[in-house]
Design a protein around this ligand. Structure first.
Ligand SMILES: NC(=O)C1=CN([C@@H]2O[C@H](COP(=O)(O)OP(=O)(O)OC[C@H]3O[C@@H](n4cnc5c(N)ncnc54)[C@H](O)[C@@H]3O)[C@@H](O)[C@H]2O)C=CC1
Ligand SMILES: O=C(O)C(=O)COP(=O)(O)O
Length: 390
């Protein structure tokens, strides 16, 4: 029986892919093999020694102590692109909310509820206070051309916007999906200088914390509209406050409000709804569960943020999974240890990512003595060993 702990409510259409004869799923469960979560912050959590994997049903992994997981041999997964359409649609809504005074106008019109027959005339009289501008013909800068950024860029382009994009680390698969009407800009200064609207679609990492600061605001046009559907920490709060007060930013639309931004003028605050659609929740949960099952049952890795991609067809024997530091002489020590136990390697995969290597080894024997685990773990540099018996 594998034990799965859920730290957020996970879409049932995903969870039901865990066969109940083989999996126990609960929000509180001792010694879990794996955790599935959405935005729950795991940083203060003790990582149980039983934990083999963490699956983020979503994109951002800043709520997970990824480095600590890697040290403990815990594989962290996310679900790239699975909620990108949900976020794209809300970013487009954000573009419109920042352009037309829909929110203030809708709040004002409610105040007329007791005015009876005067309502239509009052509306025509008062609507002049809620005018706006159109997005057609305006320039949108998309910062981060990943799963979300590319969808936003393409959609905004079809709405008649002049779309420019910036992403020094863009993946080829994303480049192939980007409309050829979107202009690629090399530097952050030239892209911010041209933009009437800026949308942030980059991850929050130690490098991007406070990415939009005084220096970047100074590169922008006066009256720019800034959209942040990525993470609150990307924007320096006090610099934002100054930029709004100075008229540099005419609207800040964010899916990640906090105590300060909620109390600022010109801020449209949304309660982190980007991925809160049935479609995105199902897509993320299904992808997370399938990836997790493939890892727990067969050791294959797809869409991990800390381990290399690894897939090998199984034979009829047992499977040994080994994580080790990416240093010389590991494979020969591992195969000597297996040979000393009389194990014959049938098939082997060795994949590397940054400082770590991951091995999938199929042997001809179907049952292996679990003592092999401590023998392999005694090799300097090996930090994770698991045996999947046939
Ligand atoms: N509001 C919401 O509910 C949601 C928010 N998000 C946030 O959006 C972020 C992006 O999501 P996806 O597009 O799915 O991820 P992704 O990984 O497909 O795309 C991120 C892109 O940002 C680029 N990038 C990284 N650092 C950069 C920098 N300094 N300058 C320019 N580009 C940079 C990467 O090269 C990549 O192409 C997530 O990390 C998450 O924080 C994601 C999903 C839902
Ligand atoms: O996928 C992401 O990065 C998100 O921000 C979505 O978060 P959620 O799953 O809605 O808590």
């Amino acid at each position: 029986m594998f034990k799965i702990q859920t730290l957020n409510k996970i879409d049932p259409d995903g969870l039901r892919l865990f066969p109940l004869n083989n999996y126990e799923i609960a929000s509180e469960i001792p010694n879990p093999d794996a955790i599935v979560l959405r935005s729950f912050k795991m940083h203060d959590m003790e990582l149980p020694s039983s934990l083999k994997a963490v699956a983020r049903a979503g994109a951002g992994v800043n709520n997970i102590p990824v480095e600590k997981c890697t040290e403990k041999g815990i594989v962290v997964f996310n679900t790239p692109g699975a909620n990108a359409n949900g976020v794209k649609e809300l970013v487009i809504a954000g573009l419109l909310l920042s352009s037309r005074d829909i929110i203030d106008g809708a709040a004002w019109v409610k105040t007329l509820a007791d005015k009876g027959d005067e309502i239509p005339a009052s509306i025509e009289q008062g609507k002049k206070n809620f005018g706006g501008q159109e997005i057609k013909g305006k320039t949108l800068a998309v910062i981060g051309l990943g799963a979300i950024g590319v969808l936003v860029a393409n959609a905004a382009q079809t709405l008649g916007m002049n779309v420019i994009g910036y992403d020094p680390y863009m993946k080829v698969q994303q480049a192939l999906k980007l409309s050829n009407q979107v202009t690629w800009v090399e530097g952050i200064q030239p892209i911010l200088a041209q933009a009437d609207y800026v949308t942030l679609n980059i991850p929050l990492t130690p490098e991007t914390e406070g990415y939009i600061n005084k220096e970047k605001f100074n590169m922008m046009k006066d009256g720019v509209r800034l959209l942040n559907f990525a993470r609150g920490g990307l924007v320096n709060r006090s610099d934002l406050k100054e930029a709004i007060a100075a008229g540099k930013v005419s609207r800040y639309v964010t899916d990640f409000p906090n105590e300060e931004t909620l109390n600022m003028d010109k801020v449209i605050a949304i309660p982190h709804l980007g991925a809160s659609t049935k479609e995105s929740e199902t897509n993320c949960a299904v992808m997370a569960v399938n990836q997790l099952k493939d890892f727990i049952e067969d050791g294959n890795i797809k869409n991990s943020v800390n381990f290399p991609e690894a897939f090998m067809e199984r034979n009829d024997g047992a499977r040994i999974l080994i994580g080790n530091k990416n240093i010389p002489n590991m494979v020969s020590q591992i195969s000597s240890a297996l040979a000393s136990e009389g194990l014959n390697i049938d098939n082997m995969l060795n994949k590397k990512r940054d400082n770590i290597a991951y091995n999938i080894i199929d042997v001809t024997r179907s049952k292996i003595d679990e003592q092999l685990i401590s023998k392999l773990k005694s090799i300097e540099g090996v930090f994770m060993v698991r045996i999947i018996q046939k």
